[in-house]
Design a protein around this ligand. Structure first.
Ligand code: BEZ
Ligand code: FE
Length: 304
């Protein structure tokens, strides 16, 4: 009967994967076991700490629903999401920078006509967003679906609110770029907001004396055939949390000056209640492949 000391045990577990047919799965499991075992050895993990970790991960799973992803949140606050992003986007060659998807890419993104006010009934300062999607040489990309979503002026996403079930999506839409690669819409100016703190991840953030805030931003997912899907945000210049984003997601290039305007009309010639704000941002796409993530609830419905 084999008996192992602590290092022999690691080798034995690694050998147990010898017959795994998929070489990538085999490699990932071996490396995971090495890192986990190293962690236990380096920390002299106690039974109490091990039990706490098991309970914590159990609670993370129990907090997940079709519209809430506590595991993504955990990955985000531990910097794992941004690390996966970094190792997969080492070469950008002038393409727009990427950042976290976040846990709120959950609802349906209905195609809407350019100029639509996606925030319909929400309170807040009005904002006009104008944007263009191009390749690396600046050639406009037409017919490209762009999903956008953002929080309201109290920092909540539509899917976090009880009325989501009955009223459906808000501040969440899809636009299709025109022949010149452009799209534009109206909405409200989002504000900085705390990530959800009513679950185990929030408990960890508060117990470790971190703040839970994300700087104000709008999410964009640009999915052009023949180009790498672009998952990114545009942040608002001047936000006080830009340097300490709880999920480490800010990149300088993604911070945009939002102009305060008093013109009586917005860029599409329609009347504006003044003052209003203007966000202008251009997305440059890198040739390549990739499968864009699906909004969580759409994926749940399709799989059902
Ligand atoms: C978000 O921007 O929606 C988000 C990203 C990571 C964690 C929590 C929220
Ligand atoms: Fe967000």
């Amino acid at each position: 009967m084999p008996q192992f000391n602590d290092t022999e045990l690691t080798a034995a577990v690694i050998r147990s994967f010898d017959e795994t047919p998929d070489p990538r799965v085999k490699f990932l499991l071996e490396e995971l076991v090495k890192s986990l075992h190293d962690f236990v050895r380096r920390t002299d993990l106690t039974f109490g700490e091990w039990e706490y970790a098991i309970d914590f991960l159990t609670r993370v799973g129990q907090k997940c629903t079709p519209s809430r992803q506590e595991f993504i949140l955990l990955s985000d606050v531990l910097g794992v999401s941004m690390l996966v992003d970094a190792v997969n986007h080492r070469e950008r060659e002038g393409a727009t920078e990427t950042t976290v998807l976040g846990p709120f890419y959950v609802g349906e993104h209905k195609p809407m006509p350019h100029g639509t006010d996606i925030s319909a009934n929400l309170q807040g300062d009005r904002m006009f967003v104008q944007s263009r999607v191009t390749d690396l040489a600046g050639k406009p990309l037409a017919g490209v679906p762009v999903d956008v979503w953002h929080a309201d002026d109290e920092g909540y996403y539509d899917s976090q609110k009880p009325e989501y079930e009955t009223q459906g999506p808000s501040s969440r839409a899809r636009f299709i770029t025109d022949a010149d690669g452009r799209f534009f819409f109206r909405t409200i100016l989002p504000c900085s907001y705390p990530i959800p703190t009513d679950g185990p991840v929030g408990e960890m953030i508060l117990q470790t004396r971190r703040h839970p805030m994300r700087p104000a931003h709008v999410h964009f997912l640009v999915d052009a055939p023949g180009y790498e899907p672009l998952i990114t945000h545009v942040f608002m210049e001047g936000d006080k949390y830009l340097d300490t984003d709880v999920v480490f997601g800010v990149k300088d290039e993604l911070v945009s000056k939002i102009e305060k305007r008093t013109d009586a009309t917005m860029p599409d010639g329609k009347p504006a209640a003044t003052p209003w704000h203007l966000m202008t941002y251009e997305f440059r796409m890198r040739p390549g492949q990739g499968i864009a993530p699906k909004p969580m609830m759409a994926a749940v419905t399709e799989d059902a």
